[in-house]
Design a protein around this ligand. Structure first.
Ligand code: MTE
Length: 307
């Protein structure tokens, strides 16, 4: 990510695929899931025609790791410190404003959101641009439901997301004073309306912890993790591609699209492989993080240029 973010530390040429391929049943067991309403397809090994390595086992990342190894620059650049520094961050009351090019703008409290949209489990891989990944069981709902309720106007082509601005509680917003806070991200409207794009309010069956983006965050599993903005306060439908924090800081390193793509290296490191947190060997990175069903969104686009 930033100048401050470290390079992956594992040797990248050690790709030793495990001869392991979980069947759907084994996968269910590994994930500890069997309940109705749990979304599994998105994280099941891809069955598309593309050359997906068969050594592709998705076990949940340990809860302990997911809650103690975090990127959240508003609090700290140190992944292992975020948890403690963010511990007292207050997330009540919380409101999300949805406005811009919509017929029905709204200001929703977290309670409104929880009452209006059923929270379901979505198990997704998350691939950070830094070269590590996790498999996480989010609780949440498709963003497209919320977008439908506000009724985008025909001119709306993008969705701009904004995170919370509270320098008095977020030390990183003071020390990183050259960053254009608040954290901002954006998606094309059709990306935002894709079934896989969710707003998450929980993780491992519990409300989101502050370090994971409480009380509500975006999760876009086929894009590098920096697109999945934490602690959302504002969603705006707009006509032009909105500015984003990382793109403003280093446009050649963090593109607007940021689709996971092993063929497009970060200028400072390879994106061909990744280390799954909790494992010791690197594994191949998959185009779109393995979510082939989004390919249709990019037909006719040069994925190398739109990194
Ligand atoms: N959202 C905000 N507001 N601030 C951040 O620093 N970091 C991003 C993303 N969302 C970030 C953010 C990055 S780089 C990643 S990889 C993921 O959050 C990490 O999410 P996690 O800590 O829940 O694993």
């Amino acid at each position: 990510m930033s100048q401050a973010l470290s390079k992956p530390t594992q040797p990248r040429d050690e790709i030793t695929p495990k001869a392991l391929f979980l069947s759907r049943r084994q996968f269910l067991k590994a994930a500890g899931l069997a309940s109705v309403g749990t979304f599994l397809a998105a994280c099941a090994p891809s069955t598309g025609g593309s050359p997906v390595p068969s050594a592709f086992a998705d076990e949940l990342t340990s809860k302990e790791k997911a809650l103690s190894f975090n990127n959240y620059y508003e609090f700290s650049l140190s992944k292992t410190s975020v948890k403690d520094i963010a511990a007292d961050f207050s997330t009540q009351p919380w409101q999300v404003t949805i406005d811009g090019l919509v017929r029905n703008p709204a200001v929703l409290s977290l309670e409104d959101i929880l009452a209006s949209y059923e929270q379901e489990e979505h198990i997704y891989r998350m691939r950070c641009v830094e070269g590590w990944s996790m498999v996480l069981p989010w609780m949440g709902f498709s963003l497209k439901q919320l977008l439908k309720a506000v009724e985008p106007l025909p001119e709306a082509r993008y969705v701009a997301f904004q995170s919370v601005l509270r320098p008095e509680e977020m030390p990183g917003q003071q020390s990183l004073d050259y960053y254009p806070w608040p954290y901002m991200e954006g998606l094309r409207l059709d990306e935002a309306q894709h079934d896989l794009t969710i707003l998450a309010t929980g993780l491992y069956g519990e409300p989101l912890a502050p370090q994971n983006g409480a009380p509500i965050r975006l999760v876009v599993p086929w894009k590098y993790g920096f697109k999945s903005l934490k602690a959302i306060t504002h969603i705006s439908l707009v006509e032009a591609q909105p500015p984003t924090l990382w793109n403003s800081l280093a446009a050649n390193e963090y593109g607007f699209y940021a689709n996971v793509n092993p063929a497009v290296d970060h200028p400072r490191w390879s994106q061909a492989t990744e280390i799954r947190i909790g494992e010791s060997e690197r594994r191949p990175t998959l185009l779109f993080n393995g979510y082939d069903e989004v390919a249709g969104l990019y037909e006719g686009m040069d994925l190398r240029e739109n990194f």
